[in-house]
Design a protein around this ligand. Structure first.
Ligand code: SAH
Length: 371
């Protein structure tokens, strides 16, 4: 196991994509439209097409003069995501898309339709610098941070396909967004917060989603967790804990050598106190590695040390083995025992249903096979 510490904070802007409508604030949109020689009110029309109508083809912008349309589209809506491959499963209600970015980087997003909601799982970085050994993305290192618009475009694409009835189950809307695709969202802080603001701004300035439906998942970058708590954005925080003790977590989540179990759980607890939002603790179950009964007991203890007022929910995730990995998912009886021990100690716990297994749904697997 290498112990080199991953690069944590924002990489330089080298290799960044062209500016896009979804990178800008409403005021900036008016400014750029005017400085391109158009009337300021065009900005609102353009926003309505993009965020409300989900229309990026200028031919559909019939309330704008024909000669203006192409001009605006070329200037402000460059194609940032180019589809490479699409895979479906679960009766076509799970759709995974592999995208190529302008510089050739590959990222992926997954749409998951359930009876009562539609969740988009989005990437926030091309690659990832966190080097978790069980994760496909972690093996390739970080290529670069994604821009706000590259993140937003993943959601807009899913929303468009849903609204046009292209996804099994008829027309629908995206209700939830989870930052659980490729990348460590809090290591690309500003663009991720920018994307959350675009998703939650009321239409037509943004997609008009509820912040409560958005989950930011992190390995536990403590200073950024505190910063997130102060944003006044009631997003759900998920902490990828995966081990209740430092000895094992140092191996499974290498950044633990910088911020340990006690520090990351404290930061999660502070987040819950500050936002009144229940924090989700993600815990992958890996056979004979972190699924022992004593670790379930220790996990319960670590949670309850911060109180029993319902600040936390443990989400157990059966490992989705990556190609060549020596690890596999837990035995059923060990999983059941792990759940039983948490429940017996009053810790709310669920086992995540594993959507998209047969399409390599786990973080980074589709991009990894493409390479
Ligand atoms: N970097 C962030 C978000 C991306 S990963 C984070 O670590 O939280 C989203 C979730 O998928 C994390 O909980 C991560 O640990 C988990 N994950 C990664 N690889 C997996 C695999 N092979 N099987 C199951 N879950 C995996």
């Amino acid at each position: 196991m290498t112990k080199t510490l991953p690069l944590v904070f924002e990489a330089p802007r080298r290799g960044q994509p062209p500016r896009h409508w979804a990178d800008l604030t409403p005021a900036e949109r008016r400014e750029v439209v005017e400085s391109a020689g158009h009337r300021a009110f065009r900005a609102r029309q353009l926003s309505a097409h993009y965020f409300e109508g989900l229309r990026t083809d200028p031919a559909e912008w019939t309330d704008l003069p024909a000669d203006v349309r192409d001009d605006l589209a070329n200037a402000f809506m460059p194609q940032l995501l180019n589809p490479v491959r699409q895979t479906m499963c679960d009766d076509d209600t799970t759709v995974k898309t592999l995208w190529k970015l302008h510089d050739g980087s590959l990222v992926e997003s997954v749409l998951m339709r359930y009876p009562d909601r539609v969740t988009m799982c989005v990437s926030s970085q091309a690659g990832c610098g966190m080097a978790c050994p069980f994760c496909a993305t972690g093996q390739g290192g970080l290529q670069r941070n994604m821009s706000t618009a590259e993140i937003v475009e993943q959601v807009v694409d899913g929303a468009r396909r849903l609204s046009r009835g292209e996804i099994a189950g008829g027309p629908g809307r995206v209700s939830n967004v989870v930052f659980m695709g490729m990348g460590e969202p809090l290591a690309n802080y500003k663009p991720v917060i920018g994307a959350v603001r675009q998703l939650t701004a009321p239409t037509p300035d943004g997609l008009g989603m509820s912040a409560r439906g958005i989950t930011v998942s992190t390995v536990g970058l403590v200073p950024r967790m505190h910063q997130l708590a102060s944003e006044n954005l009631p997003v759900t925080l998920a902490l990828s804990l995966h081990a209740p003790d430092d000895e094992l977590r140092d191996e499974l989540v290498p950044i633990n050598t910088r911020w340990n179990v006690d520090e990351v759980v404290d930061a999660a607890w502070e987040y819950a106190k500050a936002t009144k939002r229940r924090v989700s603790i993600e815990y992958i179950l890996i056979r004979d590695i972190n699924d022992q009964a004593f670790r379930a007991d220790l996990l319960a203890k670590v949670m309850k040390r911060r109180g029993t007022w319902g600040w936390v929910h443990v989400n157990l995730i059966p490992l989705n083995p990556t190609p060549g990995s020596k690890w596999t998912a837990s035995r059923r009886r060990d999983e059941d025992e792990f759940v039983r021990r948490l429940e017996a100690r009053g810790v709310p716990v669920t086992v995540r249903d594993t959507r998209g297994r047969e399409i390599d749904g786990a973080c980074g697997q589709l991009a990894a096979t493409e390479k």
